[in-house]
Design a protein around this ligand. Structure first.
Ligand SMILES: [Zn+2]
Ligand SMILES: [Zn+2]
Length: 404
């Protein structure tokens, strides 16, 4: 039987009852997307609901984020559930009635869905707190797409009081069939390192190059030689990406450029490999510029670490996933060279970041994340909520009962 013909796993009645709410909320957020660090309305919507449902410790965090606590009636471990909330600078081109109303801004990564699922989870768990042993802290994290929100949340104490023992995060995946899940131990996303290179030569007349040091020629040589950092200096067993993404220099056809500025990105899964790569990159730039009588400046910034899933917590997630989605719908996937600042939480506490299938049913509506035509199958919302409840039950070793 093809995967698409299979029926989706059943969710409990309280989750089914929330399904319309989840869709309505996700669509409301989709209509009103906000860029990183500008999630004011989103924050208001989240805080308003958390307060209305009576959750504990409801407050803003990291400027435009929010947090709340479900405190179980009995003591136990504390789990952090992380949902990112920001949108992207993309003009949506979907023809749906919940299309973005903000020109040039779009929820093109599914974070609107993450908020809806996390709010549903907070609501049901709060209802069921009388039967809980342990706590669940929620963080609605701003600025994932720009990377930085997670760091702020940690700096502002999200992992303390009560001390967080483990962290879970869900990301919808528009390229994974609805009713399937991608999860596995170890690295899931790379560490992104931004690099900046300035080549300085000596300007002059295009007709008299011998009196100059042409920064354009030096930069061209540097870009070409940088291609050997991965292909010739990195072990085939290590994953490294090195991309020069921008190059700017020169003004006019008859002037030799004095300066060229370049920026790029390095992706790695291991600190030592990153260190070696940065060293080689600088050696190449230093060597090329020295050989051509130019000068250089080089700087780099690693915005967040590698996303690494903890073996024990991931085994729990995989076990619950097999029980809920079915053995053959729990998928593994090689680590992505993309990045996600979920890494910052995972660096501090053991946890797991997993990908919930939400591939649109119509093939013509399937687009990658960050694409103007991106959308996901909203049936993933109830599946995500049910699965979230099962994870909390599994981690806190309780059964969640709600009257809803
Ligand atoms: Zn994204
Ligand atoms: Zn995302």
């Amino acid at each position: 039987m093809p995967a698409s013909a299979r029926s989706l796993p059943a969710v409990r009645p309280s989750v089914r009852k929330l399904s319309r709410d989840l869709v309505a909320l996700r669509r409301d957020l989709h209509r009103h997307p906000e860029l990183s660090w500008q999630e004011k309305r989103t924050q208001e919507v989240i805080l308003e609901r958390l307060r209305a449902w009576g959750l504990e410790d409801v407050r803003p965090i990291a400027d435009t984020g929010a947090t709340a606590l479900v405190r179980g009636a009995r003591p136990g471990r504390t789990l952090l559930w992380r949902a990112d909330i920001d949108a992207l600078p993309i003009q949506e081109r979907n023809e749906v009635d919940y299309v973005s109303t903000v020109p040039g801004v779009m929820h093109a990564c599914g974070h609107d869905g993450h908020v809806a699922i996390a709010l549903g989870l907070a609501r049901l768990l709060h209802e069921a707190r009388g039967g809980l042993a342990g706590n669940v802290r929620f963080v609605f994290q701003p600025a994932e797409e720009m990377v930085g929100g997670a760091k702020r949340c940690v700096e502002e104490g999200i992992l303390e009081d009560p001390v967080v023992d483990a962290v879970l995060g869900l990301h919808v995946a528009a390229d994974v069939p609805t009713g399937a899940i991608v999860v596995g131990p170890g690295p899931a996303f790379a560490a992104p390192t931004a690099i900046s290179i300035t080549i300085r030569g000596r300007g002059g007349h295009a007709a008299m190059p011998h009196q100059t040091v042409d920064a354009v020629v030096v930069a061209a040589q540097a870009v070409t030689t940088l291609q050997t950092v991965v292909s010739r200096s990195t072990s085939p067993a290590d994953t490294v990406v090195l991309t020069i993404g921008s190059i700017h220099g020169g003004e006019r056809p008859n002037i030799i450029a004095e300066e060229v500025r370049m920026t790029g990105s390095i992706r790695t899964f291991d600190d030592k490999v990153l260190e070696r790569t940065l060293k080689r990159v600088e050696e190449v730039i230093a060597g090329v510029t020295a050989a051509m009588a130019a000068e250089y400046e080089f700087s780099h910034y690693t915005a967040c670490p590698v996303v690494v899933n903890d073996v024990t917590v991931t085994a729990l997630v995989e076990g619950e996933a097999r029980a809920f989605f079915g053995e053959e719908r729990v998928l593994r996937r090689p680590p992505s060279t993309g990045a996600d600042d979920m890494a910052v939480f995972l660096e501090k506490v053991p946890g797991c970041y997993f990908f919930l299938g939400g591939r649109p049913q119509q093939p013509a509506r399937r687009f990658p994340h960050h694409h103007p035509g991106f959308d996901f199958d909203e049936r993933a919302l109830t599946l995500g909520l049910e699965f979230g409840l099962r994870l909390v039950e599994g981690y806190l070793r309780v059964v969640v009962r709600t009257e809803l």
